[in-house]
Design a binder for this molecule. Structure first.
Ligand code: ADP
Length: 480
């Protein structure tokens, strides 16, 4: 029904296929496409980073340009557009702010994303798009909520726009000294005094998003509960408790056109649940590429991740040596904390026949690993949703996870009494429980009945975006 058609502006700092540093990009690449298929007018906006490949840059159409304020400065805003699949993507162009080596690690990131927020809001009348809802994601977009409230609501055009703020990871908050208030954000000091943008005597973008949006979501039901508690709240649990009536958890899906071993051109050989034997061709070729002994029967464990504490790297490193004493192979891919990078490199040098460390970001290799290994490790300290466990399942690779956040909502430990389950899990974050769980999984790997059933079952799991997209539309409507 036309009357139910919503107008949504989806604001993000990264989106597949244009620019990606983590799971947010996957979500931003998939969810809007599915909401569009449900019949809504959804458009995406993101910064026009240097990292966007020429293939897309040359397709951009210049729509308009204007100037905005970053406190007292006047700055150029170019609006370029590209239709990708079914969804229009707008890119905020300003070379000074976005032609950078790093997406987020810049000293002036407060200014970059304050500029972005104003550019996004002021773009709307210029492109003649008055959304019912602006959907913001993570701290980089949080100031939109405050600016809308503080500066723009007074104008008729913006009066009825509602905002939703999705937390993908509470661990990254965007915190800055108080003096950016007047000099960069250009908002009234009343907001600082009232405390809604302040935490630990710093301006906190994440808290601002939580306090100033109409509705808050996060990316799994378990994480929505966890973050209201001090242990997971990253200091902001009190703010989330204040807003708990407007806080919802909606689990992410994955794009099965993108992560499908039957069609993925990056893997060595395609396969589906009826041709799982071809998965083991991938295993052999992966072992060869990784310069490990080619051995079909040997369990190959893998880890693909940003190398940060959140992902459980400390407990992986704690058990790895003991694990490598077993008859297994281990392949990892990741970058991040240099200490962790070196620890993996050194272990790989000590166990050249058993372990390969790939210290880089490489999407094609990631897919080859998902396809070629047997067991995927994801012992996260916390995990808002996690996509890697879902991707691994799609490739018939059984995940071992810690029961937290989205891992708890998507992976259910194998139970030998009932025969149910789609992976292995442990509850408390510690190395011994993790090691015990890995060894338990390795026992079932040897079981010629259980393991093939598990592999087939995880491949048939479906965490598609459709169900989640319906839930988003349901709560959008609730707030209009
Ligand atoms: P997060 O967003 O916290 O990093 P997710 O599990 O939600 O974690 O998503 C991570 C995504 O990034 C997955 O698609 C994963 O395959 C990918 N990824 C992580 N590290 C690498 C890497 N070094 N090379 C290629 N892909 C990677």
């Amino acid at each position: 029904m036309e009357a139910d058609k919503l107008k949504i502006l989806y604001v993000t700092s990264e989106a597949v296929p244009f620019v990606k540093s983590g799971g947010l990009a996957d979500v931003s690449g998939s969810l809007p496409q599915v909401i569009k298929e449900l019949g809504h007018d959804i458009r995406v906006v993101l910064p026009e980073y240097k990292q966007i490949s020429a293939e897309y840059k040359t397709e951009l159409e210049h729509i308009t340009d204007f100037e905005t304020h970053v406190a007292w400065r006047r700055k150029y805003v170019g609006i370029n557009k590209l239709q990708y699949q079914q969804v229009p993507f707008y890119f905020i162009d300003n070379k000074y702010y976005f032609d950078r080596e790093f997406l987020y690690e810049n000293l002036d990131k407060c200014e970059q994303f304050a500029f972005f927020a104003r550019g996004v809001l002021e773009m709307l009348p210029e492109i003649d798009f008055k959304p019912d809802i602006i959907h913001c994601n993570d701290w980089q977009t949080a100031m939109i909520n405050l600016f809308l409230y503080d500066n723009y609501r007074g104008y008729d055009f913006y009066k009825k726009i509602k905002t939703i703020y999705t937390i993908h990871n509470l661990g990254y908050q965007g915190q800055f000294e108080r003096d950016v208030l007047e000099d960069i954000l250009g908002v009234d000091s009343w907001h600082w005094i009232a405390g809604k943008i302040r935490h630990d005597n710093l301006i906190n973008f994440m808290k601002t998003g939580i306090m100033y949006s109409d509705l808050i979501t996060t990316v799994s039901e378990t994480y929505a509960h966890e973050i209201k508690k001090p242990a997971y709240g990253e200091g902001l649990d009190y703010a989330l408790r204040m807003r708990e009536n407007d806080l919802y958890g909606i689990v992410n899906g994955i794009d099965y056109d993108e992560y499908n071993p039957a069609t993925d051109k990056n893997i060595y050989q395609n396969y589906d649940p009826d041709s799982i034997h071809n998965k083991y061709e991938n295993k052999l070729k992966l072992q060869k590429e990784m310069e490990l002994p080619e051995a079909k029967e040997k369990p190959v464990l893998g880890f693909i991740s940003r190398l940060v504490e959140q992902k459980g790297v400390p407990i992986i490193l704690e058990i790895l040596e003991e694990l490598l004493e077993e008859d297994i192979q281990f392949i990892m891919l990741g970058t991040g904390n240099p200490e962790y990078e070196w620890a993996f490199r050194e272990l790989a040098a000590d166990y050249p026949d058993k372990m390969k460390a790939n210290i880089k970001y490489d999407d094609a290799l990631a897919r080859k690993i998902y396809a070629g290994i047997d067991i995927f490790l994801m012992p996260s300290l916390y995990e808002p949703c996690g996509l890697s466990q879902l991707i691994s399942m799609s490739y018939g690779t059984v995940p071992i996870v810690r029961e937290t956040g989205g891992l708890n909502d998507t992976v259910h430990s194998y139970n030998e009494n009932t025969g149910r389950g789609n992976g292995f899990s442990f509850s408390y974050y510690n190395a011994q429980d993790f090691l015990y769980t890995v060894k338990r999984a390795l026992q079932f790997y040897e079981n010629k009945e259980v393991w093939p059933t598990l592999v087939k079952r995880v491949m048939q799991e479906e965490f598609s975006w459709e169900r989640s997209a319906h839930k988003y539309v349901e709560i959008y409507n609730k707030y209009l």
